[in-house]
Design a protein around this ligand. Structure first.
Ligand SMILES: *Cc1c(COP(=O)(O)O)cnc(C)c1O
Length: 487
């Protein structure tokens, strides 16, 4: 597609790969431990990739949260941070940058994305209210539920199709939204939440046109529209490259249009802006005053909200850099490369390629494992075992049981292999592809998992599981046989 600078570079002899528009100036050494050690490490971690230790991991594709590469300008800005409890110049710089980018007058800082969700849910969610959203995110749902509300997912049906060529699988179904408002009454809707780059269903974007339609419905019914902008960068890239009517808009113009359509924007700066922190933005004085009260209670004073001044400087620069197409295209282009390579050789992946990472479809990859034995969790464990690559389960394990103890089977069983921005090289991506292909050929050796320790809330973070049989020993033995003394 012509509009993106990074992808505009053609290779004279055909083929071609995504070409980086940055150079590497700081590196961190990695190690790759043998499969026997990986087997032990997996056991120590209770088959939960969240509980693995970094020293046992070769490529950490768990998440992009807080681990995107930072730029020279971000690091330089961190050195100039103005440290003070109240009224620091750093906060003013961040506030001004947010005003410039989103056009929102008011900014409330918070220590990360879920802190924003806690505060917004406490302010707006009441017992018996509902929060319609294109799709839920784990922490956003937990906060709504903790405050007595329920979540309704109004993703278009096609959004849940694994293989598709639809450019905007993250779109909300506006007919479903209208009927929900009709049935429940606008006063029972706490707010409508649109998530950019839908995290749990493959980093799939929504179209600007869809946000426009949702916004119109909300305004007509006097309902607040909240934009979760944590994964905004990828969504911006996709709007720019996939939505014909936006191709002549700059990234900054698209961002501003999205902001104008929303009443409240919040974000995790662990993703957006490539630093660590978060915040809530609004143009409404009234909303600002309602939300503001809770910031000092949970986060900190209004000019830091739990963030260090260094991080706030890095966020201001990172947000600015997000308006650069070369910056926001790197992730999606690498992901597209990985997804297309796997798709071509028949490995089941979510298509089209989205943001955040490459998503393997565990329901098909491991179609012999029932959902009650967590196929996506089993795939995450198997992938680590055969490669040292750590991914994240996004399936039934990431759901929460019903109050009566029954399982909520997830719509999708995914292993997400995140590609933090500008962190991995293409040869490392090639290595991951090689090991995934080998695992796919040997998939019948993989078995399921059962819980041995199961927390009630957000169980995927620290729950422990065990394999249903000795399949991990068998898989490790096959690996040794096929790879010889290679790691
Ligand atoms: C990560 C994420 C959050 C939560 O942000 P944290 O900084 O991890 O608390 C919320 N929404 C989306 C879409 C996310 O990806």
């Amino acid at each position: 597609m012509e509009v993106v600078k990074m992808s505009r570079v053609k290779f004279y002899y055909g083929g071609g790969v995504p070409l980086e528009m940055h150079k590497v100036r700081i590196v961190q050494k990695l190690s790759l431990v043998p499969v026997e050690r990986r087997l032990e490490a997996l056991k120590e971690a209770g088959n939960n990739t969240f509980l693995l230790k970094n020293k046992d991991i070769y490529l950490d594709m768990l998440t992009d949260s807080g681990v995107n590469a930072m730029s020279d300008n971000q690091l330089a800005a961190m050195m100039q941070a103005d440290d003070s409890y109240a009224g620091s110049a750093t906060f003013t710089r961040l506030e001004n940058k947010i005003r410039e980018i989103f056009g929102t007058e008011y900014f409330l800082p918070a220590h990360q994305g879920r802190a924003c969700e806690n505060i917004l849910s406490q302010v707006f969610v009441r017992h018996g209210t509902v929060v319609p959203m294109n799709y839920h995110f784990t922490t956003s749902k937990s906060h709504v539920v903790l405050n007595g509300g329920t979540v309704e997912e109004l993703i278009r049906d096609e959004g849940l199709e694994i293989r598709s060529s639809l450019p905007f699988k993250g779109n909300m179904d506006t007919d479903k939204l209208k009927s929900l408002i009709r049935e429940r009454g606008a006063d029972k809707v706490a707010f409508v939440r649109m998530e950019a780059g839908t995290n749990l269903i493959g980093g799939q974007p929504f179209a600007l046109q869809n946000l426009r339609e949702v916004s119109q419905i909300c305004r007509k019914n006097g309902i607040l529209l909240v934009l979760d902008a944590s994964l905004l960068a990828d969504n911006l890239y996709f709007i720019k490259t996939r939505e014909a009517s936006c191709k002549d808009m700059t990234v900054a113009q698209i961002t501003r249009t999205m902001a104008d359509l929303s009443d409240i924007i919040y974000f995790s700066a662990r993703k957006l802006g490539c630093a660590r922190g978060g915040g809530i933005c609004t143009a409404s004085r009234e909303l600002y005053e309602r939300i503001r009260e809770l910031i000092p209670v949970y986060e900190g004073f209004l000019t830091y909200g739990g963030m260090s001044v260094r991080e706030m400087e890095a966020i201001a620069v990172g947000l600015d850099e997000t308006m650069d197409e070369d910056m926001i295209s790197q992730g999606p282009l690498f992901i597209e490369y990985m997804v297309d390579r796997l798709d071509k050789v028949g490995v089941p992946v979510i298509t089209p390629a989205g943001g955040l990472g490459c998503h393997l479809n565990a329901m098909e990859f491991l179609d012999h494992i029932p959902q009650s034995q967590y196929p996506a969790g089993a795939l995450a464990a198997a992938m680590f075992l055969v490669s040292g690559v750590r991914g994240m389960e996004r399936g039934t394990l990431s759901e929460q049981r019903e109050p009566d103890g029954s399982e909520v089977f997830s719509n999708m069983e995914l292993l997400r292999l995140a590609l933090p921005r500008r962190v991995f090289t293409l040869s490392q991506v090639e290595y991951a592809i090689d090991r995934i292909r080998w695992l796919y050929e040997n998939r019948k050796l993989v078995g399921g998992l059962n819980f041995v320790e199961e927390p009630k809330m957000l169980r995927f973070f620290f729950g422990k599981l065990e394999p249903v049989s000795d399949w991990q020993q068998v898989l490790a033995k096959k690996f040794r046989a096929d790879f010889g003394d290679s790691l």
